[in-house]
Design a protein around this ligand. Structure first.
Ligand code: HAM
Length: 423
């Protein structure tokens, strides 16, 4: 039987991995400019870290991979934010770190969703959390970081969608208005929306099943229920984005799929017509009550997460020139009974700083040259039994098709000199 990866998961094979490594390097380089530090939290947490009281999101209610060991219930992390905040509170980092505390993370997340293009059950996120200071400029700076990454990946067909969910009072007033609005249509809405009606009617606006329903289309707008403070906060965020020259579109229907947001919420979506389910490259927002939920002080934070599969797919579609960097410098060909000598030469070359590969089994010269060619080597070292006896090797510069005889003991030195003279 041939075993397969579970549905919604996949292998990232060596032929693709360079795209991931380059993307991760680029992200780390940019994120450091913004003074973020990496944090690594466990891939599973106590279920209660994710299944927060009264949470109405699909992610928590339908998509979690939860398992029990003994009497403990654990869940594979469906997202990164909860673990970071749990860690921030557990280690009282608010006492030891400068505010705002800035964290980033990269790694796999797990959601039991219906797999399709751009939607997997195990996927990877890069995310940031900026915790401790509530300020519109920080919101704009956070969006700018994500925007920088997308742009540096060569993705130009994207737009920033932004909205505000306002403060608690504004949102509560809005929820009341939504309940009044949806009450006559409850029978016509899906089962999930009937649950959402009680738990959090804002979620109805985000429903994939009912989004064409006239009651959803004509629902009252949150902007009509914002108090002055919330309105001003949002205006300041938009002003800061204008100052940075980041284009955005206000999307009053944008409520985001997770429950913890307050004030600013945003998504960056692809405008390519074929992007389908993978259209949303990243999403995030501000959260006022998350830090205190896990037992910490009353601090606000903001963050976002980029789906790395989607980022890499879009960059590839837009022609980003990912470069493969797996060529070796030297390939050692062995003829006759010289495998151990090949091994010793390879190790010497590697310890001298070269990338080196070679051949240990008896194969024809032609076959070994083919391997050398595939390895991308700049130099090919050829040794046979006679050369080993004489302590010499023949070295070919692949580009120039010249061959020289060099003492085995000074191979590394000679190659270094040749490499140096090329520059
Ligand atoms: P999210 O919108 O659930 O937010 O996910 C962020 C991004 O992860 C999405 O825009 C998408 O690119 C990617 N993503 C989500 N689910 C999948 C999937 N099943 N397959 C492939 N990619 C996926 C969050 O996770 C929040 N924690 C973001 C945040 C951080 N908010 C504040 N801080």
């Amino acid at each position: 039987m041939l075993y397969q990866t579970p549905r919604g998961t996949y292998d990232i094979l060596p032929e693709e991995i360079h795209k991931w490594q380059e993307t991760e390097d680029l992200i780390r380089r940019i994120t450091k400019k913004y003074r973020y530090s990496e944090i690594r939290t466990p891939y599973f947490e106590s279920t209660s870290v994710f299944a927060r009281e009264n949470d109405s999101s699909d992610m928590v209610n339908k998509e979690m991979y939860t398992f029990t060991t003994g009497s403990e219930s654990y869940t594979l992390r469906p997202e990164g934010t909860a673990g970071v905040i749990r860690s921030f509170d557990q280690h009282k980092l608010y006492g030891s770190m400068e505010m705002p505390a800035r964290f980033y993370y990269m790694g796999a997340m797990f959601r039991h969703e219906r797999p399709q293009k751009g939607r997997q059950r195990q996927f990877h996120q890069f995310g940031v959390e900026n915790i401790g200071i509530k300020n519109p400029q920080i919101d704009a700076e956070t969006i700018a970081l994500g925007y920088d990454i997308v742009k540096e990946m060569g993705i130009s067909s994207v737009k920033v969608l932004i909205n505000t969910l306002g403060d608690d009072i504004s949102r509560e007033n809005y929820r009341t208005a939504l309940r009044e609005h949806f009450a006559p249509y409850l029978d016509e809405l899906c089962g999930d929306c009937r649950r959402r009606y009680d738990q959090n009617p804002l979620r109805i606006l985000d429903c994939k099943t009912d989004h064409e329903h006239p009651a959803v289309q004509n629902a009252p707008k949150l902007s009509e229920y914002l108090n002055d403070e919330s309105r001003q906060y949002f205006a300041d965020v938009l002003h800061a984005l204008d100052a940075l020259g980041i284009p955005y579109e206000i999307d009053e229907k944008l409520v985001r799929g997770l429950d913890y947001y307050t004030h600013t919420v945003f998504e960056v979506v692809s405008t390519r017509p074929d992007s389908g389910a993978q259209a949303t490259v990243f999403g995030g927002g501000r959260y006022d009550h998350f830090v205190s939920y896990y037992g910490g002080p009353d601090l606000s934070g903001i963050g976002f997460a980029i789906g790395l599969e989607r980022l890499i797919a879009l960059a590839s579609e837009e022609g980003h020139p990912f470069t493969k960097d797996d060529a070796v410098d030297v390939y050692v060909i062995g003829l006759g009974d010289v495998a151990e000598e090949v091994l010793k030469i390879l190790q010497d070359l590697r310890h001298a700083g070269f990338r080196a590969d070679g051949n240990f089994v008896r194969r024809s010269l032609k076959a070994q040259f083919k391997s050398a060619d595939r390895s991308g080597a700049e130099y090919i070292v050829i040794i046979g039994e006679d050369e080993v006896k004489n302590g010499t090797a023949n070295v070919k510069k692949t580009a120039e098709r010249v061959q020289e005889t060099v003492a085995i003991g000074s191979l590394a030195e000679t190659l270094r000199a040749w490499k140096g003279s090329q520059k």
